[in-house]
Design a protein around this ligand. Structure first.
Ligand code: HAX
Length: 442
């Protein structure tokens, strides 16, 4: 058994026993209440699942196993240029709860290189699709096509003891993460570069090789990819893509099908597709204003016009966060450090000054601040990755790290089929009438 798998097995067994004992003693403890507004309002803040890999605080933002993004930028082993963390290290941390050493990260890079072979039929499946099909749709199809490789599905068909589910799931998770950059780069090159594909460089780290296969060998872009793949990796369990993979996985669908499901959720404009929407919105604004360097007053009037047209300002607001997203701040600091003058980056920073007070003035927006998607596109454009319909695929490759590490945990802890209760409007009316009657009688 490989050393990471061995460590994961030990940690998971320990946690499984602790949870069993805790539920035996405290299983009936009431920890929260649910209101009708929450049930009708998209289940905001209803505690309904356990997520090991990360936790989202409304004020402080995402913490991966207790570590904030600035802490991880310091503590995780970095890329060859010693600038940004290698996402391999974050995966290790999310899976076993320990900051890995440089040697452990080197080992993981090598593992993923060995496991990265993509079966030929996946490329042929992609080749059969129109090049104009949205990259997220291509990505989802390719992931589903790779399900032929699922070790969990094969072992389940053969008949596997449920205590062993975690083991083939771990193998699927490692193989799928290893293969994703190749698949994503293939989609990018066929969609936007006439199918001129670039073979992998087996001497590079996971994110550096991804940048290389996309066609970008600028060391700063590689550094950006390491940061990008690290900060988008996980955002606790309730966000739509993570929750989808959790729900699908709970039926014992394998890692490939669970992750394909997650990607269909990430592809929505209120979630991951917001990164493409931000750039589309900025370009439309520059076009409408007839300038590449709009004043803040011009931006202000365009923001108001967008809202008056009944549309949202993409990249702003969040269902949980109540402060500027630390993932936005990390990207801003990357730009401050590495990019001296850039027009679109400047526009993003001006929008950051203009939008929050306007959203606040509406009196209904719970979080007027930028989220992760407000900044990412401007950085990619700076380095020449301008085809913004591809941006959500980048997000998806990163999101695999968190949701798949969690999938391994879910199988190791023996989490059951997810099956919450729905209600009808008639049930709601009866509930209100019953409570009014009880109040009148008391
Ligand atoms: N622009 C305009 N109006 C906004 C807004 C924005 N950026 N954010 C919220 N609002 C509006 C909502 O549409 C809602 O209006 P109605 O009551 O008229 O329906 C009201 O403010 C209250 O919404 P909320 O409670 O503050 O926010 P929600 O939890 O309902 O929604 C969203 C959170 C992220 C979906 C929302 O802020 C939004 O649509 N933002 C723009 C799209 C976006 O950037 N999505 C990416 C989010 C991060 C992410 O998942 N990345 O992958």
């Amino acid at each position: 058994m490989d050393p990471l798998k061995q460590l994961f097995r030990e940690k998971a067994l320990d946690m499984r026993n602790k949870i069993k004992a805790m539920l035996k003693e405290h299983g009936e403890m009431v920890v929260d209440q649910v209101t009708l507004s929450q049930i009708y309002g998209g289940a905001r803040n209803i505690k309904s699942m356990v997520w090991i890999t990360s936790d989202l605080d409304p004020e402080e933002g995402i913490k991966f196993r207790g570590y904030s993004i600035p802490e991880l930028r310091e503590l995780l082993p970095k890329g060859q240029d010693n600038k940004e963390p290698r996402p391999e290290g974050l995966f290790w941390l999310m899976l076993v709860g320990q900051i890995p050493t440089q040697e452990q990260v080197e080992w993981l890079t090598l593992q993923w290189t060995h496991r990265s072979n993509v079966p030929e039929h996946v490329f042929r499946t992609l080749d059969a699709l129109p090049t104009g099909l949205h990259p997220m749709t291509q990505f989802t199809i390719a992931i589903a096509a790779m399900q032929s490789e699922s070790i969990f599905a094969r072992r389940y068909e053969e008949g596997i003891h449920k205590e062993e589910y975690w083991s083939p799931t771990y193998e699927d998770v490692m193989n799928l993460i290893a293969r994703l950059p190749r698949v994503a780069a293939y989609i990018y090159r066929r969609s936007f570069h006439g199918s001129k594909h670039i073979p992998p460089d087996i001497n590079m780290d996971w994110a550096g090789n991804f940048a290389h296969m996309l066609g970008f060998d600028n060391p700063d872009f590689r550094s950006l990819m390491r940061l990008y793949m690290t900060i988008h990796a996980d955002h606790e369990g309730g966000n739509a893509s993570a929750h989808t993979s959790h729900l699908v996985g709970s039926t014992l669908s394998d890692a490939y099908l669970s992750f394909a499901g997650a990607m269909t959720a990430l592809a929505g404009p209120l979630h991951g597709l917001a990164n493409q929407e931000v750039v589309a919105w900025i370009y439309k604004m520059l076009d409408a204003l007839g300038t590449q360097s709009p004043s803040k007053d011009q931006i202000r009037s365009y923001v108001k016009a967008t809202i008056d047209a009944g549309q949202v300002i993409p990249g702003y607001g969040h269902a949980v966060l109540r402060r500027p997203d630390p993932r936005f701040i990390a990207q801003k600091s990357f730009a401050e450090r590495n990019i001296k003058h850039d027009n679109i980056v400047q526009v993003v920073w001006d929008v950051f000054e203009v939008v929050p007070p306007i959203l606040e003035s509406l009196g209904k927006v719970k979080n007027p601040w930028p989220n992760v998607d407000a900044h990412s596109g401007a950085l990619l454009i700076h380095y020449g990755l301008t085809e913004y319909s591809f941006y959500t695929v980048l997000f998806g490759v990163s999101r695999a790290l968190g949701v798949l590490a969690q999938l391994a945990w879910s199988r190791a802890l023996g989490f059951p089929l997810e099956r919450p209760k729905s209600i009808t409007p008639e049930w709601t009316e009866r509930q209100i009438a019953n409570q009014a009657q009880s109040a009148a009688l008391s």
